[in-house]
Design a protein around this ligand. Structure first.
Ligand code: ZN
Length: 303
């Protein structure tokens, strides 16, 4: 600070050098993840740009968030960590010690997430398609929808900074928020981590949410059997006896084993006609061929 009370002018190069110097010292002490831009653009991917666009769209932020751009550009975000519902950052300001920033982001509302997942049903084939931002335009619009998309609104964002000016978004908080945009260029999955949702929920779904609900209900039952009524409702068919067996693996297996035992018994008896006569003339008649693979009911009829 100069003697007449104005801060001394610090050039961009000087700020860059100071940040780089501090970063080197920090790296020796702990595992830091600095925000390093590739070129002059803060964000290049669909996800990074959309993150920034979302923040800039809100009147509450539009006047202040711009102050963070130059900080990100000269490498002042020395560390940025993203975890579920929380962003922590270290930003180099005018003081020697970097400022500590904590930003809490509300987890995505379940109803909004379900609506997004249903809207994506059958429209995305893989997580990589989603991560690369190469998806139908209407999905992009849905993701960006204010208050109903994937990106947080100001009421879902709370922040603190160790500087004296944090109450109304200081440069350091703004820089950390822009840093998230840059970080999403490298790894878009972090947005889903931050919002506490699993991006796999949006991919490869061809069944309706009704079917999902039924399957979820079935998995919650103590018995792992999916009830016939549920299956009928799910597939819109009236299940025959055979299909019911297929839907109840345990029972079907037991019946199959019983059939196999009977078949072995019958073969043994056929190879010994004397024993066969003595055993049961009604159940097994000599000379009657049983076609292999014939269902138990038919076998009995043939016999
Ligand atoms: Zn601050």
């Amino acid at each position: 600070m100069a003697w007449w009370g104005f801060p001394r002018y610090v050039s961009k190069a000087e700020k860059q050098a100071r940040a780089a110097n501090k970063l080197e010292r920090l790296k020796k002490k702990r595992d830091v993840k600095p925000v390093i831009l590739q070129g002059s653009a803060i964000a290049r991917s669909w996800w990074g740009k959309s993150w920034n666009k979302n923040l800039e769209a809100y009147a509450d932020y539009s006047n202040r968030i711009g102050r963070g751009r130059s900080y990100v550009r000269h490498g002042a975000v020395l560390d940025l960590q993203i975890e579920p519902g929380k962003i922590t950052a270290l930003v180099q300001g005018s003081r020697s010690k970097p400022y500590e920033i904590v930003i809490q982001i509300g987890k995505l509302n379940r109803k909004i997430w379900q609506h997004i997942a249903t809207s994506c049903s059958g429209m995305l084939e893989s997580v990589s398609e989603l991560v690369s931002g190469k998806f139908p335009k209407e999905l992009g619009e849905l993701f960006l929808q204010r208050g109903a998309g994937l990106f947080p609104s100001p009421k879902e964002i709370d922040f603190t900074c160790s500087c004296p000016d944090w109450a109304s978004m200081c440069k350091h908080v703004a820089a950390a928020l822009y840093g998230v945009g840059a970080r999403l260029d490298e790894d878009a999955t972090l947005l889903f981590t931050l919002r506490g949702v699993d991006m796999a929920d949006l991919v490869g779904k061809t069944v309706s949410s009704k079917a999902d609900n039924l399957l979820e209900m079935a998995s919650k039952k103590s018995s792992r059997v999916i009830q016939d009524a549920d299956l009928s409702a799910l597939f819109g068919i009236d299940l025959s006896a055979g299909e019911k067996q297929a839907a109840i693996p345990g029972e079907y297996k037991r019946k199959k084993q019983a059939v196999r035992k009977k078949s072995v018994k019958a073969n043994k008896l056929r190879s010994n006609p004397e024993k066969m006569k003595a055993k049961s003339p009604k159940s097994v008649r000599s000379g009657t061929a049983v076609k292999p693979g014939t269902p138990a009911k038919k076998r009995r009829k043939q016999i």
